[in-house]
Design a protein around this ligand. Structure first.
Ligand SMILES: NC(=O)c1ccc[n+]([C@@H]2O[C@H](COP(=O)([O-])OP(=O)(O)OC[C@H]3O[C@@H](n4cnc5c(N)ncnc54)[C@H](OP(=O)(O)O)[C@@H]3O)[C@@H](O)[C@H]2O)c1
Length: 256
């Protein structure tokens, strides 16, 4: 393992990032590309993925944009198959695709509940299964899912989201135990608020921002790049004896 400019080196490794058309997923993909990896970019918006792939190519990297709906088993299988066909291997899967609805539990619709669980939890399972099958066969791989502080602390108006992210925590542990004998590591990162499109409206409201950051000992939210160290650690050989772990990146929120 080598370390260059503060990043781990992923030269010739293939990293698949779901939900990489924007936000955190896009930033994670760019960071892995800078660290030398070949990228497979997945989301429902192929046009946006092409733009991210262009950015990567301009910097001298290699990226394959592929349309995928993580809630659809056939779509996920085709996505995983194409990733393997293009690069001959997948070393790292980042389960990042996610959605949030903010509504009181008394008003949350069944459709909103189903969509949240389908994208966040079932999507994480389907992608882990499709990519993990080949990792198990080849005897190596790293799967990292983006959970949330809301997997550990209840939050008003986030019933489906909290449930979906809590599910990711236990799915991570279950897969870690099952696939440890095959040298497939399954871990998760649990951020608190990160500045992305998903949170822009909420964080732009000064009163909301004050209330949110009051609960965070570091008294601020995070920027996407502040997750890279945790993700790269779990994706690299440096974490060769770490599996089933949920790494909090929450400015101390869950340490109170
Ligand atoms: N931002 C935060 O404060 C924060 C905090 C903790 C955890 N997280 C988690 O971090 C992850 C990324 O969040 P973000 O803030 O970057 O959100 P975002 O800007 O809204 O991006 C979400 C991504 O998920 C993709 N996606 C949604 N549904 C999909 C589906 N069915 N199939 C494939 N891709 C799908 C979207 O792409 P398309 O619309 O193009 O399909 C998009 O690329 C999520 O899992 C989120 O829960 C975020």
């Amino acid at each position: 393992m080598t370390c260059k400019e503060g990043n781990f080196n992923f030269k010739d490794k293939t990293v698949v990032v779901t939900g990489s058309s924007r936000g955190l997923g896009k930033e994670i993909a760019l960071a892995f590309s800078k660290a030398g990896a070949n990228l497979v970019l997945g989301s429902r918006s192929l046009d946006q993925l092409h733009r991210v792939a262009e950015e990567i190519k301009k910097e001298g990297g290699r990226a394959l944009p592929l349309e995928v709906d993580v809630t659809d088993r056939e779509s996920v299988k085709a996505f995983a198959d194409k990733a393997w066909e293009e690069f001959g291997r997948v070393d790292v899967l980042i389960n990042n695709a996610g959605v949030i609805y903010r509504a009181p539990a008394t008003e949350l619709s069944e459709e909103q509940w189903d969509e949240t669980i389908d994208i966040n939890l079932k999507g994480t399972f389907l992608c882990s299964q499709a990519v993990g099958q080949k990792m198990v066969e080849t005897g190596s791989g790293k799967i990292i899912s983006i959970a949330s502080d809301k997997a550990f602390v209840g939050y008003p108006g986030r019933a489906a989201y909290c449930a979906s992210k809590g599910g990711i925590v236990m799915l991570t542990k279950a897969l870690a135990v099952e696939w440890a004998p095959y040298n497939v590591h399954v871990n998760a990162v649990a951020p608190t608020y990160v500045e992305t499109e998903m949170t822009r409206d909420i964080l732009n409201d000064p009163e909301n921002y004050r209330e949110i950051t009051r609960a965070i000992p570091m008294n601020r939210v995070s920027k996407p790049h502040e997750l890279f160290g945790a993700i790269m650690l779990l994706a690299s050989d440096a974490s060769s004896f770490i599996t089933g772990h949920i790494l909090m990146v929450d400015g101390g929120l869950t340490a109170w």
